[in-house]
Design a protein around this ligand. Structure first.
Ligand code: AMP
Length: 284
């Protein structure tokens, strides 16, 4: 695996591969890699000849009281996993590469509307930080295709809209959520959970699964379904930020007129750890 830490070096590597006729896939991450990240890398190889993975804990997408300082940084283990899965190139820039004139002075990318609801409402500026850093990475790496996890459902929608609106010349592909055997969506933040919290955490998945299954079975009493699930999640010790049934294309509230595709989305805090999850529903 080729390892680079500067914009110039990654550009040189991509130029060389492209000159050899290779198609390039890109997987942006914040490191602390787990099987969910590795699934994105494998998907990359089904779409391209070379897969570049970036590891960068982006300060711009963290709020002032969030976990930027404590976010797990496990470079050696990440490098080992990426070597094992056969990634072609690891791009590990420092903040100076992405924000050479300081993060406050940087041009920002704002994707309106969708950035301000759900996670965007609870985490002001979060999606602006995400869109900004991903736009920078797209311009540095210039991949043919970029792969994102559906675990961050709203994030994929923000990136797709950005790429579409700014005519970015690449394909955006999403990959299903990889879960632990008890259903908990894999996340770097799961490592923050105490053993007791970890035992409680799968209730999130179980409850959104129940809502999705009930809708699939024909229930249209969304309010009651969501209220029941919220109550069980709360009994599990979570403080729910949102638990909602939305249209997959617009992320607007599901109504009886909503077309076929729906998604159940949840964000909730267990102790100091904020977890998110979602499940798509194909309406019967
Ligand atoms: P992160 O390192 O958390 O910023 O995530 C990097 C990429 O991995 C994003 O596109 C995430 O959506 C994706 N990802 C994170 N967790 C999972 C998971 N459990 N399954 C699939 N993709 C994931």
């Amino acid at each position: 695996m080729h390892i680079v830490d500067s914009n110039d070096a990654v550009r040189a590597w991509v130029a060389q591969e492209r000159a050899a006729g290779k198609r390039i896939a890109f997987v942006p991450t914040m490191g602390n890699l787990h099987a969910g990240h590795l699934a994105l890398v494998r998907r990359g190889f089904s779409l391209a000849d070379r897969v570049i993975v970036s590891i960068f804990v982006n300060p711009l997408q963290f709020g002032a009281n969030e976990d930027f300082a404590n976010y797990p940084r496990t470079f050696d283990e990440d490098r080992r996993r990426l070597t094992q899965v056969g990634a072609s190139c690891l791009f590990f820039p420092d903040e100076k590469q992405l924000y050479p004139h300081g993060r406050e002075a940087s041009t920002r990318v704002i994707v309106p509307g969708i950035s301000n609801i759900l996670c965007g409402a609870s985490r002001p500026g979060h999606f602006e930080g995400v869109a900004t850093v991903v736009a920078k990475f797209f311009n540095i790496v210039a991949p043919d295709v970029a792969i994102f996890g559906e675990k961050d459902f709203q994030q994929v929608m923000v990136i797709r809209q950005m790429a579409r609106d700014l005519f970015m010349p690449l394909h955006i592909v999403s990959e299903p959520t990889v879960r632990e055997t008890d259903g908990l969506a894999m996340s770097s933040r799961n490592g923050y959970l105490s053993p007791d919290e970890r035992a409680q955490a799968p209730v999130l998945y179980r409850e959104i699964r129940k809502v999705a299954d009930a809708v699939l079975a024909g229930s249209r009493d969304y309010e009651r379904l969501l209220a029941q699930a919220a109550s069980t999640i709360q009994q599990g010790g979570f403080i729910t930020d949102y638990l909602t049934l939305r249209n997959t294309d617009t992320l607007q509230e599901a109504t009886d007129e909503t077309p076929d595709k729906l998604v159940v989305l949840v964000a909730a805090k267990l102790g100091r750890t904020r977890l998110i999850d979602n499940i798509r529903v194909v309406r019967s």
